[in-house]
Design a protein around this ligand. Structure first.
Ligand code: MG
Length: 460
């Protein structure tokens, strides 16, 4: 198991968990690792809007330069923009300094592979191994890397998105969008992109600011109160919100109703597989069944993976999937790149709305509705495996359980829905998900399985 890299790269509170020394040594380890693959690696580096960015970016860059890598610094960019330019400019790797949706005291270091995808677990482990053993080398003075800046990343990225949608069709509609960038890195892309798509934009918090003065960075319903209120007040077609590094997109319909990530994933998946029938869509086991319902209706197939967007992206590549993503608003469009991308998601949704000529609320209402309940339960790490095994042992012969899936944790498919028991990779907890068609059944199952798991944790 990796110790520094979590589900989303290295992340922590600045100058507490994550200071310059660590970043420097990570840069050295990263550069040394890259030099086992390429003689003179080219590495793009960028950052979100946080106050500690320069400190961490320059420390990682210093380590990489010392290890003999050439750096191309692209400045403040959304994570998907950095990923896109790594792929398009054939760089050997990318570094993005970001803590995504976390509070302002956090920051992080995330790795991008040469194909623009997030680092695989194997790559992270290889870099970590060098970090902890001190197995990294700085090159002789004459071989130290070069450092250049490049300000073309945003332009290249926006052009990339525009090349995948019907710009003329969207432009004709003159859509009115309330845009909430949450003072994040999306502020540099989303206003420009929407303008190029002919939209009237009402901006909320579209100035990058690492203190996040407008709202908390995670686009949850609670954090988007201003957006929910502004959309109907301004008679806009929709609201569009991003997280701090602009890989996740959340939408609000014309009435000011919040659309969950499961709903937008299913809605966009529905229209993509309607055009490309009998195709594959990839998502983690935590996603609502509403996605599978709409994909199956288009004769498509859903492949479920472990939780984690790099895993989803890699399975999409291997399976030639037409679409994929997570229930948190992180949607992946292979025609642009294999990573979560909020600006691309917005462009696609506008294209769907332009084709359908119907309001967003109407399209969302056609997505099957499920009631999901999520809870956490404390469990010591060393007990987790045994609890899961005991659960399977106890449940496998009960008539209510139709199928047991072990893709990630234990997923029990029941007559009325499903229950998922997932051990956290970083904390001593289980996450428990329950989904059925109605609230009553969900509540009942949640209570039943809470008791069962509690009993098992106490017993093992
Ligand atoms: Mg993010």
């Amino acid at each position: 198991m990796t110790r520094l890299f979590g589900t989303n790269g290295i992340r922590g509170v600045v100058n507490k968990d994550l200071a310059g020394e660590l970043a420097l040594r990570i840069g050295g380890s990263w550069g040394t690792y890259l030099r086992t693959i390429v003689k003179r690696p080219k590495v793009a580096i960028g950052n979100d809007a946080r106050l500690s960015n320069t400190m961490l970016r320059s420390a990682v860059a210093s380590g990489l330069l010392g290890a003999g890598c050439d750096i191309i610094d692209v400045g403040l960019v959304p994570t998907p923009a950095l990923q896109y330019i790594v792929k398009m400019k054939h760089y050997d790797s990318g570094v993005i300094i970001t803590a995504s949706h976390n509070p302002p005291q956090f920051n992080g270091i995330k790795g991008v592979a040469a194909d623009g995808t997030e680092f695989s677990k194997e790559t992270e482990e290889a870099i970590e191994a060098r970090y902890f053993s001190g197995d990294y080398t700085y090159v002789p003075w004459a071989e130290v890397g070069t450092y250049t800046t490049w300000d073309g990343a945003i332009d290249l990225y926006i052009q990339g998105i525009l090349s995948t949608v019907d710009v003329a069709l969207i432009k004709k509609q003159r859509f009115h969008v309330v845009l909430d960038c949450g003072n994040g890195a999306g502020s540099l892309v989303a206003p420009l992109l929407l303008k190029q798509l002919g939209c009237t934009v009402t901006p909320l918090f579209c100035t990058p600011d690492g203190t996040f003065p407008g709202r908390n960075s995670e686009p949850t319903r609670e954090n988007l109160a201003t957006l929910l209120m502004t959309v109907p007040k301004r008679n806009a077609l929709l609201g569009f919100a991003q997280d701090g590094d602009a890989d996740r997109a959340i939408f609000v319909d014309e009435h000011g109703d919040y659309i969950s990530g499961d709903q937008s994933l299913s809605l966009i998946g529905k229209y993509i597989t309607r055009e490309k029938t009998e195709s594959i869509v990839v998502t983690p086991v935590t996603t609502s069944t509403c996605l599978e319902d709409v994909i199956k209706a288009n004769k498509g197939r859903v492949i479920y993976t472990k939780v984690g967007s790099p895993i989803v992206a890699r399975v999409m590549m291997a399976q030639h999937a037409v679409f994929g993503g997570e229930e948190n608003g992180g949607l992946i469009f292979p025609e642009l790149q294999y990573c979560r991308d909020s600006a691309m998601t917005c462009a696609k949704l506008l294209e769907i709305l332009a084709r359908e000529q119907r309001p967003l609320s109407e399209l969302v209402a056609e997505i099957p509705h499920y009631e999901m309940y999520k809870m956490k339960m404390r469990c010591p790490n060393e007990k987790k495996e045994q609890v899961m095994n005991e659960l399977i042992e106890e449940m496998k012969d009960t008539k209510d359980v139709l199928r047991i899936d072990r893709t990630d944790g234990v997923k029990l498919f029941l007559k009325k829905g499903w229950v998922l028991l997932r051990p956290s990779g970083t904390e001593p907890i289980f996450r428990i998900y329950v989904e059925t068609k109605n609230q009553q059944d969900t509540q009942r199952l949640a209570a039943t399985y809470k008791d069962i798991v509690e009993r098992l944790i106490a017993r093992v």
